[in-house]
Design a protein around this ligand. Sequence first.
Ligand SMILES: C[S@@+](CC[C@H](N)C(=O)[O-])C[C@H]1O[C@@H](n2cnc3c(N)ncnc32)[C@H](O)[C@@H]1O
Length: 209
Amino acid sequence: MIQFLSVAFRNMKTVGTICPSSPVLSRALAGPVAEARSPRRVLEVGPGTGPVTREILRLLEPGDRFDIVELSPEFCGDLERNVLAPWRRGHQVRGVEVELHNAAIQDVCLEEASYDCVVCGLPFNNFEIGLVESIMARMLDVLRPGGELTYFAYMGAKAVKRTISDGAGRDNVDAIERLERTLQLSHAGTRRVVLANFPPAVVRRLRKP
Ligand SMILES: C[S@@+](CC[C@H](N)C(=O)[O-])C[C@H]1O[C@@H](n2cnc3c(N)ncnc32)[C@H](O)[C@@H]1O
C-alpha cells in the first residue's frame, strides 16, 4: 500500500487513484476471463500493484497465455516480486505462459486479433481524448472477434472533473463520454456498478463484433 501511494502521488495523471481495486471490483474486471474457455489468451493493461492480476492468475489453466503491460518500472518490479514470483513458485503454473511488459500499451508489440480478453485498469478520465482514442483502438485491435474488453471508471469522476476543470478540460471529459457511448453501441456494451470499492466504480464490458 505504501509503495502504491508513493508511486501514485508522483504519477497522479497515469495512476489516477490512491487505492488499489477491491476484490469485488477485481473479480468484476476479470469476469470475461472466468467465462472464457481454455486455452485463453488474456491481456491486462495497467495492473498497478496487481489486485486484478492476482484474480486473473487464479483463473488460468494449462494452455493459457497471459500478457501484462505496465508503464511504471516501479510497479513492474513490485508485480514481479510480490505477485508473479510467488505465483511461479506455486505448483499450478505448468503450461501457463505469463509475460510482463514494462511499456505503454500504445508502444508494445502484441499480436493483432489474438486475445480472448483484455482487462484494462487505465484512468481514462485523466487522459487527453486523442490518447484515449488510440489506446481504445489498440485494445480492440488486439482482441479476436467475439473477445471482450473490460475497463472501469470511478462513479462521479466525470462530474468532479467537469466541476474542477476549465473549458478545455470540460470539452475533454465530454469527448471521452461521447467515445464511450459510441463504443457501447457498436460493441454490445454493458455496464455494472460496483459499490464495494473505494471509490465505487462502474465496470464496462465491450464485445468485439
Ligand atoms: C488506476 S491504476 C490501476 C491499478 C490496478 N489495475 C488496480 O485495479 O488497482 C492505472 C495503472 O495504469 C498504468 N498505466 C498508465 N498509463 C499506461 C499506459 N499507457 N500503458 C500501460 N500502463 C499504463 C499506471 O502506471 C498504473 O499502474
